[in-house]
Design a protein around this ligand. Structure first.
Ligand code: CA
Length: 225
Protein backbone atom coordinates (compact mmCIF):
# COMPACT_ATOMS: atom_id res chain seq x y z
CA UNK A 1 0.00 0.00 0.00
CA UNK A 2 1.05 3.54 -0.75
CA UNK A 3 2.43 5.32 2.30
CA UNK A 4 0.83 8.73 2.74
CA UNK A 5 3.04 11.65 3.65
CA UNK A 6 1.94 14.10 6.28
CA UNK A 7 3.58 17.41 7.01
CA UNK A 8 2.95 18.67 10.55
CA UNK A 9 3.41 22.45 10.82
CA UNK A 10 3.38 23.17 14.55
CA UNK A 11 5.56 25.45 16.65
CA UNK A 12 4.66 23.87 20.00
CA UNK A 13 7.19 21.05 20.55
CA UNK A 14 5.05 19.16 23.00
CA UNK A 15 1.99 19.15 20.77
CA UNK A 16 4.13 18.28 17.74
CA UNK A 17 5.78 15.32 19.47
CA UNK A 18 2.41 13.85 20.40
CA UNK A 19 1.10 14.30 16.87
CA UNK A 20 4.15 12.83 15.19
CA UNK A 21 4.07 9.77 17.45
CA UNK A 22 0.36 9.18 16.90
CA UNK A 23 0.59 9.63 13.13
CA UNK A 24 3.63 7.38 12.82
CA UNK A 25 1.82 4.65 14.76
CA UNK A 26 -0.96 5.01 12.21
CA UNK A 27 1.66 4.20 9.53
CA UNK A 28 1.96 7.64 7.99
CA UNK A 29 5.26 9.03 6.77
CA UNK A 30 5.50 12.13 8.96
CA UNK A 31 7.67 15.22 8.77
CA UNK A 32 7.39 18.05 11.28
CA UNK A 33 8.43 21.68 10.87
CA UNK A 34 8.01 24.53 13.36
CA UNK A 35 7.96 27.57 11.08
CA UNK A 36 6.16 28.84 7.98
CA UNK A 37 9.46 29.22 6.16
CA UNK A 38 10.31 25.57 6.65
CA UNK A 39 6.79 24.53 5.74
CA UNK A 40 7.20 26.22 2.34
CA UNK A 41 10.56 24.53 1.83
CA UNK A 42 9.38 21.05 2.81
CA UNK A 43 8.96 18.29 0.21
CA UNK A 44 5.39 17.80 -1.07
CA UNK A 45 3.02 15.99 1.26
CA UNK A 46 -0.38 14.38 0.77
CA UNK A 47 -1.77 16.12 3.84
CA UNK A 48 -0.56 19.22 5.68
CA UNK A 49 -1.67 19.61 9.27
CA UNK A 50 -1.34 23.34 9.64
CA UNK A 51 -1.35 25.18 12.97
CA UNK A 52 -2.71 28.62 12.10
CA UNK A 53 -0.94 30.21 15.08
CA UNK A 54 2.70 30.26 13.98
CA UNK A 55 5.36 32.65 15.27
CA UNK A 56 6.86 33.73 11.95
CA UNK A 57 3.86 34.21 9.66
CA UNK A 58 0.14 34.67 9.41
CA UNK A 59 -1.32 31.16 9.27
CA UNK A 60 -3.92 32.14 6.69
CA UNK A 61 -1.29 33.57 4.31
CA UNK A 62 0.70 30.38 4.65
CA UNK A 63 -2.43 28.33 4.02
CA UNK A 64 -3.04 30.21 0.77
CA UNK A 65 0.50 29.60 -0.40
CA UNK A 66 0.38 25.91 0.44
CA UNK A 67 -3.00 25.73 -1.26
CA UNK A 68 -1.30 26.35 -4.60
CA UNK A 69 -0.10 22.76 -4.51
CA UNK A 70 -3.12 20.97 -5.91
CA UNK A 71 -2.12 17.49 -4.76
CA UNK A 72 -2.00 18.50 -1.12
CA UNK A 73 -4.94 18.47 1.27
CA UNK A 74 -4.78 20.91 4.16
CA UNK A 75 -6.26 20.46 7.60
CA UNK A 76 -6.14 23.71 9.56
CA UNK A 77 -5.56 23.52 13.30
CA UNK A 78 -7.02 26.32 15.39
CA UNK A 79 -7.12 27.07 19.10
CA UNK A 80 -10.39 26.73 20.97
CA UNK A 81 -12.53 29.82 20.69
CA UNK A 82 -10.87 31.10 17.54
CA UNK A 83 -14.02 30.76 15.50
CA UNK A 84 -12.92 33.57 13.19
CA UNK A 85 -9.70 31.74 12.25
CA UNK A 86 -11.63 28.64 11.47
CA UNK A 87 -13.96 30.44 9.09
CA UNK A 88 -11.06 32.33 7.48
CA UNK A 89 -9.18 29.05 7.16
CA UNK A 90 -12.00 27.32 5.34
CA UNK A 91 -12.49 30.34 3.08
CA UNK A 92 -8.78 30.38 2.29
CA UNK A 93 -9.09 26.82 1.06
CA UNK A 94 -8.49 24.46 3.96
CA UNK A 95 -10.08 21.06 3.28
CA UNK A 96 -11.02 20.62 6.91
CA UNK A 97 -10.10 21.88 10.35
CA UNK A 98 -9.64 20.59 13.88
CA UNK A 99 -9.86 22.58 17.09
CA UNK A 100 -7.26 22.13 19.85
CA UNK A 101 -7.33 20.08 21.97
CA UNK A 102 -8.44 17.28 19.66
CA UNK A 103 -8.29 13.51 20.03
CA UNK A 104 -6.24 11.19 17.86
CA UNK A 105 -9.34 9.28 16.71
CA UNK A 106 -10.95 12.47 15.43
CA UNK A 107 -7.79 13.59 13.68
CA UNK A 108 -7.28 10.22 11.98
CA UNK A 109 -10.91 10.21 10.83
CA UNK A 110 -10.48 13.66 9.28
CA UNK A 111 -7.21 12.74 7.59
CA UNK A 112 -8.89 9.67 6.22
CA UNK A 113 -11.76 11.72 4.85
CA UNK A 114 -9.60 14.37 3.14
CA UNK A 115 -7.36 11.68 1.64
CA UNK A 116 -10.40 9.92 0.28
CA UNK A 117 -11.59 13.14 -1.32
CA UNK A 118 -8.24 14.00 -2.89
CA UNK A 119 -7.83 10.43 -4.14
CA UNK A 120 -11.26 10.56 -5.75
CA UNK A 121 -10.39 13.90 -7.34
CA UNK A 122 -7.10 12.53 -8.64
CA UNK A 123 -8.80 9.51 -10.13
CA UNK A 124 -10.97 12.00 -12.00
CA UNK A 125 -13.73 10.16 -10.26
CA UNK A 126 -16.24 12.89 -10.23
CA UNK A 127 -18.12 15.92 -9.35
CA UNK A 128 -18.01 17.50 -5.95
CA UNK A 129 -20.33 15.12 -4.19
CA UNK A 130 -19.68 11.57 -5.30
CA UNK A 131 -22.22 8.88 -4.61
CA UNK A 132 -21.26 7.01 -1.46
CA UNK A 133 -21.45 3.26 -1.21
CA UNK A 134 -21.19 1.26 2.01
CA UNK A 135 -22.15 -2.40 1.67
CA UNK A 136 -25.72 -2.55 0.38
CA UNK A 137 -26.25 1.16 1.06
CA UNK A 138 -25.96 3.91 -1.55
CA UNK A 139 -26.12 7.58 -0.60
CA UNK A 140 -26.32 10.27 -3.26
CA UNK A 141 -25.67 13.67 -1.68
CA UNK A 142 -26.51 15.44 -4.95
CA UNK A 143 -30.12 14.26 -5.12
CA UNK A 144 -30.30 13.61 -1.36
CA UNK A 145 -31.46 10.08 -1.97
CA UNK A 146 -30.42 6.94 -0.10
CA UNK A 147 -31.12 3.36 -1.07
CA UNK A 148 -30.62 0.26 1.02
CA UNK A 149 -30.64 -3.09 -0.76
CA UNK A 150 -32.32 -1.42 -3.76
CA UNK A 151 -35.18 0.18 -1.82
CA UNK A 152 -35.34 3.94 -1.41
CA UNK A 153 -35.18 5.06 2.23
CA UNK A 154 -37.65 7.64 3.48
CA UNK A 155 -35.43 9.82 5.66
CA UNK A 156 -35.89 13.13 7.40
CA UNK A 157 -33.41 15.88 6.58
CA UNK A 158 -31.31 15.29 9.71
CA UNK A 159 -31.40 11.52 9.28
CA UNK A 160 -30.11 11.96 5.74
CA UNK A 161 -27.34 14.32 6.86
CA UNK A 162 -26.33 11.95 9.63
CA UNK A 163 -26.31 8.89 7.35
CA UNK A 164 -24.44 10.76 4.66
CA UNK A 165 -21.76 11.87 7.14
CA UNK A 166 -21.31 8.36 8.54
CA UNK A 167 -21.18 6.89 5.02
CA UNK A 168 -18.56 9.43 3.90
CA UNK A 169 -16.28 8.44 6.78
CA UNK A 170 -16.95 4.69 6.85
CA UNK A 171 -15.13 2.57 7.99
CA UNK A 172 -13.81 5.27 10.32
CA UNK A 173 -15.50 6.20 13.56
CA UNK A 174 -17.08 9.65 13.58
CA UNK A 175 -16.88 11.40 16.95
CA UNK A 176 -20.14 12.50 18.60
CA UNK A 177 -18.95 16.12 18.78
CA UNK A 178 -18.13 16.10 15.13
CA UNK A 179 -21.55 14.71 14.22
CA UNK A 180 -23.29 17.33 16.35
CA UNK A 181 -21.15 20.05 14.82
CA UNK A 182 -21.66 18.98 11.20
CA UNK A 183 -25.28 17.83 11.28
CA UNK A 184 -26.76 20.21 13.82
CA UNK A 185 -24.31 23.11 13.58
CA UNK A 186 -22.14 24.82 16.14
CA UNK A 187 -25.03 26.70 17.72
CA UNK A 188 -26.63 23.45 18.72
CA UNK A 189 -26.21 23.10 22.44
CA UNK A 190 -29.06 20.86 23.52
CA UNK A 191 -28.55 17.42 24.97
CA UNK A 192 -26.83 14.95 22.71
CA UNK A 193 -29.82 12.70 23.31
CA UNK A 194 -31.16 14.11 20.04
CA UNK A 195 -28.27 12.38 18.30
CA UNK A 196 -29.07 9.06 19.98
CA UNK A 197 -32.71 9.42 18.97
CA UNK A 198 -31.78 9.99 15.34
CA UNK A 199 -29.37 7.06 15.37
CA UNK A 200 -32.20 4.92 16.76
CA UNK A 201 -34.66 5.91 14.03
CA UNK A 202 -32.03 5.48 11.32
CA UNK A 203 -31.18 2.00 12.58
CA UNK A 204 -34.85 1.06 12.37
CA UNK A 205 -35.08 2.33 8.77
CA UNK A 206 -31.83 0.67 7.68
CA UNK A 207 -32.91 -2.73 8.94
CA UNK A 208 -30.19 -5.32 8.34
CA UNK A 209 -28.58 -3.79 5.26
CA UNK A 210 -25.89 -1.81 7.07
CA UNK A 211 -25.18 -1.37 10.75
CA UNK A 212 -24.57 1.80 12.76
CA UNK A 213 -22.24 0.59 15.47
CA UNK A 214 -21.76 2.53 18.72
CA UNK A 215 -18.14 3.04 19.75
CA UNK A 216 -18.50 3.71 23.42
CA UNK A 217 -17.13 7.03 24.57
CA UNK A 218 -16.20 8.03 21.00
CA UNK A 219 -19.03 8.03 18.49
CA UNK A 220 -20.53 5.97 15.70
CA UNK A 221 -19.30 4.01 12.72
CA UNK A 222 -21.21 2.73 9.70
CA UNK A 223 -20.45 -0.94 8.97
CA UNK A 224 -21.24 -2.27 5.54
CA UNK A 225 -20.34 -5.90 6.12
CA1 CA B 1 0.96 27.64 17.64
Amino acid sequence: MLVMRILVVEDDDRVARGLVTALRSASFDVQRVATAERALGAPPADVVLLDLGLPDADGIDLLRRLRDRPQTAIIAVTARGEERDRVRGLRAGADDYVVKPFGVAELLARIDAVLRRTRAARAGAVDEEPRLRVGALTVDPGSRAARAGGAELQLTRKEFDLLSLLASRSPSVVARDQILDQVWGTAWEASSRTLDTHVGSLRAKLGHTVRIRTVRGVGYVLDGS
